[in-house]
Design a protein around this ligand. Structure first.
Ligand SMILES: [Zn+2]
Length: 121
């Protein structure tokens, strides 16, 4: 009877061991699959990094331009308007080139009858 129990126990242990062994193989397969996916991700990641770096370079190239401040031309007004503007004023930029009058300084603009836009106060 005791011998029977020992054999049963032995068979249980072997069965359990086989189950563990199967799980272990499944895990190894899973790890291999994951390693392959990681390699694929590494490759696409390096591609993305290259794309990102190219994009960043393009953005950097473009953003250099606005940083270069245009040389100041002075003040401008519309021939038919009442206000003079500095050359960066968005209202001044709306004046058509053909209607623009330019002044070296505010005094000249005022002496021509123009008053200051808020951009020039
Ligand atoms: Zn203005």
């Amino acid at each position: 009877m005791q011998n029977q129990n020992i054999k049963q126990m032995e068979s249980n242990v072997i069965g359990s061991f086989n189950l563990v062994k199967n799980d272990f193989y499944k895990l190894i397969n899973l790890i291999n699959t994951l390693q392959k996916e990681i390699e694929i991700l590494k490759i696409s990641n390096s591609g993305l990094r290259r794309d990102f770096s190219n994009l960043k370079q393009k953005i950097d190239e473009k953003s250099v331009k606005p940083l270069v401040k245009p040389s100041s031309k002075g003040f401008l007004a519309s021939k038919s308007g009442e206000k003079y503007h500095n050359d960066n004023c968005f209202l001044g930029k709306k004046i058509k080139s053909i209607n623009r009058v330019w002044f070296n300084d505010k005094i000249n603009a005022v002496s021509e009858g123009y008053s200051a836009c808020v951009c020039s106060i």
